[in-house]
Design a protein around this ligand. Structure first.
Ligand code: TXA
Ligand code: MG
Length: 329
């Protein structure tokens, strides 16, 4: 695996053509670990079925769940998805950014059936992360990219996380520092009758509803055939078990804290990580997967989690934590 360091504070990486060999490798079917503003992605050319099969193999995904295709602009997205007025309004408001739209598939889109898992819809995102957009533009290909972790495990928010899970299975890894948002994109389907939230994520439900001017239906994650298979119950799982809504610490537990007031018996914890001492939900989202990984490395058998509010980005944080706490299959 070849590792590349990108300093986003300057434009030198862009003007120097530093990443041109990576764009070329993508065109040739390579798997690349790529930073986005949400989590690190495991990217491949979405029009290359063999390369996309490599994504599933590298992650050890049990089945061919559909993948998100990342493109550099709304214009590029319109080559693959059918945009109605609502889709355009959401794209105008939130792209580039942590929003994925599930739309009817455009006839003639070259995106592989392995990416859509044979559905007649597809998931599209224009990420805010400049490296990912640059790679899509420079390679001239939409980039399929799930989170760059082994299937079912904690999503990566640093290049080191990616290297630990997939270092021996990818050809290139681009390091642009920690992800600013830290949880996956919010997925909204506009392919059915009513706009539906398929996965809470880095963009709050409230922000989307404000632009749509109508309510978002919520996908039933207990459904036998989940609309977004990422919604399957056990997911984002650390090695330790996870106990939610903890108002106290049991001996031997690690504590994932939130807010300024730790539980009275926090001293019992073998390790502590506070998601946000000021109680800021955006900061907590950015720290979530790092905190879970760090406490998991403490060797504690159980991670207990202080209550976290359900509004704004709290919806995505609580969703990921419930999945981390779910019984393992
Ligand atoms: O933030 C993110 O979204 C990250 C970064 C890398 O962009 N990507 C990500 O991808 O989380 P992934 O593959 O882990 O999640 C894709 C989700 C899955 O839950 C999948 O079922 C859903 O998108 N999905 C993809 N295409 C779909 C479709 N046509 N209909 C319904 N759900 C779809
Ligand atoms: Mg994932």
């Amino acid at each position: 695996m070849q590792r590349w360091s990108v300093d986003l504070k300057s434009t030198a990486w862009r003007t120097s053509g530093l990443l041109a060999p990576v764009a070329e490798a993508l065109r040739a079917g390579a798997l690349v670990g790529v930073p986005t503003e949400t989590v690190y992605g495991l990217a491949a050319d979405a029009t290359n079925g063999q390369a996309c099969a490599g994504i599933y193999a590298a992650k050890g995904r049990p089945s061919f769940n559909p993948l998100i295709s990342h493109v550099e602009s709304l214009a590029a997205a319109e080559r693959h998805g059918v945009f109605d007025a609502r889709a355009r309004a959401l794209a105008a408001a939130f792209w580039p950014g942590p929003l994925t739209l599930v739309l009817p598939r455009q006839q003639g889109s070259a995106i592989s059936d392995l990416v859509t898992a044979g559905l007649d819809t597809l998931a599209l995102r224009v990420p805010d992360a400049p490296v990912m957009r640059w790679l899509a533009e420079a390679s001239g290909r939409p980039l399929a990219a799930p989170s760059a972790n082994l299937s079912g495990r904690i999503s990566p928010t640093t290049a080191d996380d990616v290297a630990a899970d997939l270092g021996d299975r990818i050809q290139h890894l681009i390091d642009a520092g920690p992800c600013a948002i830290g949880v996956e994109s919010t997925i909204v389907s506009l392919a059915g009758q009513r706009p539906t939230l398929l996965r809470p994520g880095g963009l709050s439900r409230e922000a989307i509803v404000a632009v749509l001017g109508e309510d978002l239906m919520t996908a039933d994650s207990d459904d036998a055939a989940p609309l977004a298979p990422g919604m399957l119950t056990s997911h984002y799982a650390p090695g330790a078990t996870v106990r939610l809504e903890a108002r106290g610490v049991l001996p031997g537990e690690a504590l994932l804290g939130f807010g300024p007031v730790p539980p009275a018996d926090a001293g019992l914890a073998v390790a502590c990580f506070n998601l946000s001492e000021s109680g800021d939900l955006a900061e907590a989202a950015a720290n979530l997967f790092t905190g879970l990984r760090r406490l998991d490395r403490s060797g504690a058998a159980c991670i207990c989690v202080q209550p976290i509010p359900a509004h704004g980005l709290g919806e995505a944080i609580n969703d990921r934590l419930r999945r981390a706490a779910a019984p393992r299959g």
